[in-house]
Design a protein around this ligand. Sequence first.
Ligand SMILES: Cc1cc2nc3c(=O)[nH]c(=O)nc-3n(C[C@H](O)[C@H](O)[C@H](O)COP(=O)(O)OP(=O)(O)OC[C@H]3O[C@@H](n4cnc5c(N)ncnc54)[C@H](O)[C@@H]3O)c2cc1C
Length: 678
Amino acid sequence: MATEIQTAAAAHMDTTSTRRDFLRLAGAGLLTWTPVHRVLAGDPAAPCSPPLGFPGSIPVFLQAFKNWSEEIVLDAVWTAVPKTPEEVVSIVNWAAAAGYRIRARGSGHSWLPILVDPGTTCDMKVILLDTRAHLTSMSIDTTVSPPTVTAQCGILMQTLLEELEKAGLGMMATPAPGVLTLGGVLAIAGHGTAVPAVGEQVLPGHTFGSLANLMVSMTVVAWNPATSRYELRRISRADSEASSLCPHLGRSFVVEATLRVGANVRLRCQSFTDIPNSELFAPAFSSGRTFASFLDASGRAEAIVFPFTDESWLKVWTVAPEKPRESKEVGDPYNYPFSDNLDPTIASILGTVISGSGFLTPALGQAQFTAIKAGLFLGNSSDLWGWSKDLMLYIQPTTLRVTSSGFVVLCRRADVQRVVSEYYAQLITLRDAYRGRWDFPINSAIEVRVNGVEHPEDCGVFGARSPRLSALRPVPGRPEWDTGVWLNVLTIPGTSKSNDYFRDLERWMFQNYTGDYAQMRVEWTKGWAYTAAGPWTDETLIHETIPECLSTGQAADDGFRAAIEQLDALDPFRIFSTAFLDRFLPPVQKIGLDGPPRKGGGGIQSIQPAGKHGGTGGLFTAPRAKVKLQPATPGPQVVETSGDLKSWTPMSTNAPGPVEVTVDTSAERRFYRLVPLK
Ligand SMILES: Cc1cc2nc3c(=O)[nH]c(=O)nc-3n(C[C@H](O)[C@H](O)[C@H](O)COP(=O)(O)OP(=O)(O)OC[C@H]3O[C@@H](n4cnc5c(N)ncnc54)[C@H](O)[C@@H]3O)c2cc1C
């Protein structure tokens, strides 16, 4: 039965084309990948023993998994397809008893490994619950004003927007792909591009912030200490837990969400390809066709710059109730097929670039931009008009498979031009410095978009909570920082020196966008905390800088650590977590420190047991420290740290009580935990 399940999204993801085959083979070296396609538990062909006692009526099977960028490729991971929220609850309670972890699976479009860890195998206690097949119902309530939509979280954004459109409703700005699930988008506070044009007010039911800011309530699977069970729990936006749930970065399981929605609008989307970058990204307060000038006029814009080109592809959306005479009316989304399907000439240059001829990157950039201009001309798609969803959904899963760094700069609206102008200048500086060394790390686009910060009142719930983990959360005392500028750089995964480039760019950004001028945050779903080893490897950024960005100015009990504690209270056994999430959002109560970490700490810290999933974890603040760790289970253990570990003793223990471990690393601050040796 399970083998027959094929959702629309899965069909999209499995779609093959010459271009994608080419990229998969050329870019990722996956010619030998032999994935498992749905082997049911109990099948003699299954390479691992099945999850014992899995709730009887729900099929569980082994399935291959690839995230969209194909940077996480798993041969076989346990997967189930729950039909109802109650089935999710029963699986989660089984998992809590059996020591398994449960991952809500959407369309797999995240770059950040928060769905499933790279390297996960079927002998690990991890089960993906694919939400896209059955958890897709929705209903619209127009008896309230503004209306609301209540949807299960496996619904695709395109379906949600189509149904809203039929009811005359819509959203201000949405992520560009329609194939994303609502659950996936809410998990990371997905966004489009929109700030108020000069004189524009937010309309009832809409927000200039992220989609998560529309949350009115959510039904999540949460631990109930009174019954000692995981149960469905509805959390209103005014409840304290809401501050940590929109977004939650994958540390929860949301079965359903109610969002505020507003009247649908018609949009005009104009594409410009003739504005010199020197004009579009001119210094602040320059005259002419600057990025800020388009925001003033229309509020909605996206600039895409290809490598080594002098102009950008600028898209500008304007609210236009009547069709402008010059515009072409469209009735469907995805109106730029030329950007979703790679031109064969470009594919051939790309293949050469990937296989070592990086010096062809300037030609590749020119070819990409030429193809866009030709596509806009031939498709007569430079000036489109239609319902909002048809203009806001414009990326298909077949678009060029790239990896992306992602940051957002919070600033005054009046400083947006300064932000983009300094950014563009730095990109040119870096590009030329790398080219001088004959390195060409960036072979795809640079993208610039904007949003307003999250105003909780937009959701129309009295006492609505501010989202602690949203990159668009306003900074207290800084009401003038009302805008977030999203800055992304894209390149083919594995391009030589790209991690060095991203590291250099990120360090510059954290130094530049600071003080009274601006504040940096990261775009969760994309790459950040770079070292030459890749994204999410800079421990200082991961454990200090980035959490601080979300805590600065907030009350002591209302920052990053508070969010972790609250998510842990909803899921004390960390059923909804991954190794990456344990590292990035380590259990606060298990650190054994009150208040912020003490520099030069060391000494012996007493740590409490961590529960079912691994031993104790914590933080030490000296290069060499003695810590007491409590094994969660007897048997050989190993210390895992977030960075280099020079030594530790003892190497293994069967002792039931705490073990004293000496950890010695090359850095000042490291997170550690004791886990059973596999
Ligand atoms: C080509 C491309 C274009 C993109 N464009 C945009 C854009 O324009 N704007 C933007 O904001 N983002 C964009 N993204 C990023 C995307 O919005 C996020 O990665 C999003 O999380 C993906 O949704 P998904 O359904 O694929 O979720 P998945 O990748 O399957 O999961 C992502 C996370 O969400 C969690 N999750 C999923 N469902 C649930 C649930 N029901 N309950 C709890 N947790 C859940 C997963 O466990 C995981 O931690 C883009 C990504 C790609 C690849």
